[in-house]
Design a protein around this ligand. Structure first.
Ligand code: NAD
Length: 262
């Protein structure tokens, strides 16, 4: 039997990139899945049906905007009535904006703090009672190398990810005697739409070509000179949901080719 059979996993921001990879990996271990995020409705439905068929699990889609507390609450009501609650919570939805501080748009600051940090507060407070009642829960926060170190021109993102790591440590302590773990995965650069979109802005902010940004900024940060893959991050998230990881709690787990070792 797959090790997560009978569990339900909510993966926020799972219509693309890392979130979609984690949703597929958890489904492969037998978990029912709640997909979330934005995108083309028909493409999302096709993906939803395919994950269900490939793995013989229930897969729901809930398009809640994770910056809106009322929509997050409605998602949890939906999860409770259709799948019996959320056993595995992966806080993954996130956006980036790259610009010098004096030009940083305040509305981008609010969006990044709201999505990359505050949404995890709302999902966690709503998931916690059910996890405590079942004496089992896994919370995996997709932070970043930027939860541990900074880069210029990413003030909101670095602040949100550092905040998410502090939040992770707090929740780890609050769930520790209830069979709940909470950890932060800290990836380096993974080639997803989030990274592809920031290349032109980084080129502008640093006065470089896009090729120079990939070589001298992005891959320069990673001693292996390679991107991390979605599948590698998904495998780590899946491991954190296993019984073998029951004593890993409150940890920042780097998966960055050695970036923060420097
Ligand atoms: P992505 O752009 O491929 O995916 C982001 C997902 O979030 C999409 O499904 C999108 O629809 C969803 N989303 C955006 N706004 C939303 C909202 N308001 N409500 C609900 N969903 C929303 O990006 P990704 O690279 O897969 O990033 C996923 C996470 O991984 C983010 O938290 C990001 O900060 C983190 N991360 C990414 C990298 C990287 O190099 N790609 C590195 C470290 C950390």
């Amino acid at each position: 039997m797959a090790q997560l059979t009978g569990k339900t996993a909510l993966v926020t921001g799972s219509t693309s990139g890392i979130g979609m990879g984690i949703a597929k990996a958890l489904a492969a271990q037998g978990a029912n899945i709640i997909l979330n995020g934005f995108g083309d409705a028909a493409a999302i439905q096709t993906e939803r049906a395919q994950i269900a068929k490939d793995n013989g699990v229930d897969v729901l889609f809930d398009g809640a905007d994770m910056t809106k507390a009322d929509q997050i609450e409605a998602l949890f009501t939906n999860a409770q009535s259709k799948l019996g609650g959320v056993d595995i919570l992966v806080n993954n939805a996130g956006v980036q904006h790259v610009s010098p501080i004096e030009e940083f748009p305040p509305e981008k600051w609010d969006l990044i703090i709201g999505l990359n940090l505050t949404s995890a507060f709302h999902t966690t407070r709503l998931a916690f009672p059910g996890m405590k009642a079942k004496k089992w829960g896994r919370i995996v926060n997709i932070a970043s190398a930027h939860a541990l170190v900074a880069s210029p021109f990413k003030s909101a993102y670095v602040a949100a990810k550092h905040g998410l790591l502090g939040f992770t440590r707090t929740i780890a302590l609050e769930g520790a005697t209830s069979g709940i773990t909470c950890n932060a995965i800290c990836p380096g650069y993974v080639k997803t739409p989030l990274v592809e979109k920031q290349i032109p802005d980084t080129a502008k902010a640093r006065g470089m070509t896009e090729e120079q940004v990939i070589r001298d900024v992005i891959l320069a940060a990673q001693p292996t000179k390679q991107f991390v893959t979605v599948e590698q991050v998904a495998a780590l998230a899946t491991f954190l949901c296993s019984d073998a990881a029951a004593q890993i709690n409150g940890a920042p787990l780097s998966i960055d080719g050695g970036w923060v070792a420097e």
